[in-house]
Design a protein around this ligand. Structure first.
Ligand code: PAF
Length: 288
């Protein structure tokens, strides 16, 4: 089946209305485009769980706190359409900024998700998660899907969206999808396009560092020492670590020895690219 692309909310609503009228379930994958195999994992998962798959491509100005990052964000619509079609997406919603923010961005009502938006990427990118929560609320209201599929690679974003959906009683069920990695372990990301060949060869060290932290913590090593040593090692290897943190995976509060489900999260610059990754892991304590 061929992919249909629409750019207005009215066309999107009509499509969804017709699908629901036929009794079809709707899966939704929000994206900012420049799609890769990580996004296709979301599309395929949506296709497995729902009758109709809708994707959106919108480079959301509200979530960029750096104007040049917004300007330079890769926009590859035709290539994205081909990938979506090849992977079974039925409808692409690709609105303009005016369609998404018809009353202008300045006077836009903002959705702010407390606690889980603080710290980590929220600390380094002020306002970022307000921008994400606002656009995702709008997209969820526009699409009215049964299920929304989001990558676990953006672990904090997923936590923000889950809390937002629960707090605001948005009628969609959020499905987290495992991170797609290349054969060396590097998490797939549009930001990898900014890496030189040398940087691309070095970049998988970030996931290796997360694995090392998880192993060290599971072996009973001290949290702070493990994080300090790992951060120093990454910096020596050529990264500029923004944060390396060990959190409770349920709410991203700093991990304590009493927690059993942890996640180690990292953001680090490599050249001009800011890479993020994470690794959830259990803390199985021995009882003796
Ligand atoms: O993860 C992304 O691509 C974006 O943050 C999202 C969820 C599409 C909102 O703009």
């Amino acid at each position: 089946m061929s992919l249909l692309t629409v750019s207005t909310v009215a066309e999107l609503r009509e499509y969804v209305h017709n699908a629901k009228f036929k009794g079809l379930s709707v899966g939704f994958v929000p994206t900012m485009g420049n799609l890769h195999a990580g996004h296709m994992r979301l599309i395929k998962q949506a296709g497995k769980q729902c009758d109709v798959v809708i994707a959106s491509i919108f480079v959301n100005p509200l979530q960029f706190n750096d104007q040049s990052d917004l300007t330079n964000y890769p926009r590859t619509l035709e290539q994205d359409q081909t990938l979506l079609e090849d992977n079974g997406c039925n409808l692409l919603f690709a609105p303009t900024v005016e369609e998404m923010y018809p009353n202008g961005q300045e006077s836009q009502s903002i959705v702010s998700v407390p606690d889980v938006s603080m710290g980590l990427c929220g600390g380094s990118r002020p306002g970022h998660f307000d921008g994400v929560a606002t656009v995702v609320t709008k997209l969820f209201n526009m699409v009215q899907a049964d299920k929304a599929f989001l990558g676990e690679k953006d672990f904090q974003q997923l936590a923000v969206i889950r809390k937002m959906v629960a707090d605001l009683s948005i009628p969609v069920s959020v499905v987290g999808v495992a991170t797609e990695r290349n054969t060396e372990g590097l998490a797939l990301s549009s930001r990898n396009n900014y890496l030189s060949a040398n940087e691309l060869a070095l970049a998988p060290a970030i996931f290796k560092a997360l694995q090392d932290v998880a192993t060290a913590i599971q072996q009973g090593n001290d949290f702070a020492t493990t994080l300090d040593e790992t951060q120093q090692r990454l910096n020596q290897q050529g990264f500029k670590v923004d944060y390396l943190a060990l959190c409770r995976s349920s709410d991203l509060k700093p991990a304590t020895a009493d927690d059993d489900k942890l996640v180690v999260l990292v953001a680090a610059f490599l050249g001009s690219a800011r890479l993020i990754d994470n690794l959830p892991f259990p803390l199985n304590r021995t009882t003796d």
